[in-house]
Design a protein around this ligand. Structure first.
Ligand code: SF4
Length: 349
């Protein structure tokens, strides 16, 4: 097989890449990819493997030849998360880990604001995202102009910004936060009032852990806002003994029905540590698949809410992204410097 990288300036499709690399499903590929299939066999039906395996083989060859690192968010599908990625985690973990890898190219399997955060922390590297359609309802709920208006209306009030925002919004903020450190960041200011953007539910959940007056923005995650307290109560009736752990982008009434709440990484650590007999992870559905692979003794109850933006990323467009070096993330210097300051203020705190 001639698998040498033969790139040129014209964009080609994933199937054309497979043809050029002379990769297709065969008994040889079945045998050499067996160790990868075994990783995901609990959640990927065997019948689907002949479709996935050629793309996975091509991506893994190309990323080595190109010295590229693939970052995969916890919400990516298992064949992406477990079979081609070099770094896995939540958005901030990914960006921070990416700065430690010695690769020239970072390919982000996640949504646009995550690729921007990776770029902010790795300005000297080429950062690629496989689909420009991979947005986020929270990130698109607010612009830099909106933040400037909020600051004008509330002079002198610090702005704390959730990482699920564009670089333009981060650049207008005093400090960033994640869902796991949001309350600590808010409490670190002397000011009695804090502007907290853009997630309304996260702001309301943080408000319960602070005495500050929170000025919020009405952005929502379209996946987490779908969960209801009635649904959680129904799960408890149908799945006796189930432990319910919820992401703080859910409404306060859903959090009130849960046994534990935390960021995606905190939820994963909770399952690893507690090994419950049965668990319901109230968050994007692929995460349960990914976590279940590492926790074979835990029974996962799956309320299947998928993020349509995360699901824009596929093996095909990852292969196209690598081969065609598309789509590159660029942030202008001034915005990048100010946004990075806001991210670094959080990291330093
Ligand atoms: S799950 Fe929600 S917050 Fe995450 S990318 Fe999708 S819409 Fe945005």
């Amino acid at each position: 097989m001639d698998k040498k990288l033969n790139n040129n300036s014209t964009s080609i499709t994933a199937d054309q890449v497979l043809e050029k690399m002379n990769i297709s499903w065969s008994s040889e590929l079945e045998s050499t990819s067996r160790h990868l299939y075994e990783k995901v066999s609990r959640v990927v039906p065997e019948i689907e493997w002949p479709f996935f395996a050629p793309y996975i083989e091509a991506i893994n060859i190309l990323k080595k030849e190109m010295n590229a690192a693939i970052l995969a968010h916890n919400y990516q599908t298992p064949e992406i998360f477990h079979c081609i990625s070099d770094v896995r985690g939540d958005s901030l973990q990914l960006a921070k880990e990416a700065s430690k890898v010695e690769s020239n190219i970072i390919l982000q399997c996640g949504v646009h604001f995550m690729a921007e955060t990776s770029k902010l922390l790795n300005m000297d590297k080429m950062v690629l995202i496989p689909s420009l359609q991979a947005g986020c309802s929270l990130a698109s709920s607010i612009t830099g102009k909106n933040v400037r208006k909020l600051k004008e209306d509330n002079p002198g009030i610090p702005v704390v910004t959730y990482v699920n925002t564009s670089a333009e919004v981060k650049a207008e903020s005093d400090i960033c936060c994640t869902s796991s450190n949001a309350a600590d960041i808010v409490n670190s200011f002397d000011s009695k009032k804090i502007i907290f953007i853009p997630d309304e539910y996260l702001a309301l959940n943080v408000a319960k852990e602070t005495k500050k007056e929170i000025i919020l923005w009405k952005g929502r995650c379209e996946v987490h806002e779908e969960f209801t307290p009635e649904e959680i109560r129904e799960f408890r009736i149908n799945e006796p003994g189930v432990q319910v752990i919820a992401h703080p982008e859910c409404s306060p009434s859903v959090i009130a029905e849960s046994d534990f709440s935390g960021s995606t990484s905190t939820m994963i650590n909770w399952v690893r540590k507690n090994q419950p007999e049965k668990v319901l992870m109230v968050t994007e559905c692929s995460m349960s698949d990914n976590v279940s692979i590492e926790n074979p003794n835990v029974d996962f109850v799956r309320p299947c809410n998928l993020c349509p933006h995360m699901k824009q990323i596929t093996l095909e467009n990852i292969l196209e992204s690598l081969w065609n070096k598309q789509y590159e993330i660029n942030i202008d210097k001034d915005t990048a410097e100010r946004a990075l300051q806001s991210v670094n203020n959080m990291i330093n705190l």
